[in-house]
Design a binder for this molecule. Structure first.
Ligand SMILES: [Zn+2]
Length: 64
């Protein structure tokens, strides 16, 4: 089984027809399978990650 979302190579495998689809495309050009949108959860996760990093940096300077 291959990785479905391979961002390193800019393509991902269509789960419906197994062809390589550009990672930034959310619809398969062969079978028009519709990929789930770049999830809100992922974006939210990135947001909280950045926020926690910022909090840690601030904390670091406050403690010193
Ligand atoms: Zn397809």
């Amino acid at each position: 089984m291959r990785v479905l979302a391979n961002k390193d190579f800019g393509t991902r495998e269509c789960p419906s027809c197994a062809c390589e689809v550009p990672a930034n495309s959310n619809r398969c050009p062969i079978c028009s399978y519709h990929f789930p949108a770049p999830s809100v959860r992922q974006r939210r996760l990135r947001f909280w990650g950045a926020l926690i990093m910022l909090a840690l940096i601030v904390l670091f300077y406050v403690i010193r």
